[in-house]
Design a protein around this ligand. Structure first.
Ligand code: AMP
Length: 151
């Protein structure tokens, strides 16, 4: 049975195009609706409650930059405005709950090789796989190497 509502989650990083193009191709092949989601992680969560600062101006700037990037990506693929989703929270919980909200039957995320501490901590994709109520496709992406040769 073909998929009808595909949700692709993008972190707006270097591997986003690979992930979104795979999802767009699947949407075309299945004649499915394509929804694109980016989750903004609140600075208060990222840095804990340790820093007594008002992050609201920075947060607004991050939101506006993310919206521009999301719009640029989605316009290029012809994704309707109604199918572009920008929410704030933790990606591993927001991705499954957004999939549920749009009646999604497939979530597309990226995944790359992990080792060391990253392996122990787990990835967004691991978290999504555990709580999603629909199929999840983890697209292998090559993490760009950093200057010291690590991924
Ligand atoms: P990571 O665990 O950071 O390597 O991310 C793996 C995949 O999870 C990414 O390729 C995206 O598909 C998804 N993802 C991670 N962070 C976000 C985010 N902030 N918003 C949407 N999707 C995300």
């Amino acid at each position: 049975m073909p998929y009808q509502n595909i949700l692709v989650a993008v972190d707006l990083g270097a591997t986003t195009e690979t992930v979104i193009e795979r999802a767009a191709a699947l949407a075309r092949d299945n004649k499915a609706a394509l929804h694109v989601l980016h989750v903004i992680e609140p600075l208060a969560i990222t840095y804990g409650g340790d820093i007594p600062m008002d992050f609201s101006a920075i947060q607004e700037e991050i939101h506006s930059q993310a919206k521009q990037q999301l719009d640029r990506l989605c316009s290029g693929l012809g994704v309707d405005e109604a199918n572009r989703h920008l929410v704030t929270g933790r990606p591993e919980s927001e991705i499954p709950s957004q999939a549920k909200a749009i009646n999604g039957d497939l979530i597309v995320v990226g995944t790359h090789a992990r080792w060391g501490l990253a392996l122990l901590l787990g990835s967004t994709t691991d978290g999504v796989m555990h709580s999603a109520e629909c199929d999840v496709l983890a697209v292998k992406v090559d993490a760009p190497a950093t200057e010291d040769g690590s991924a």
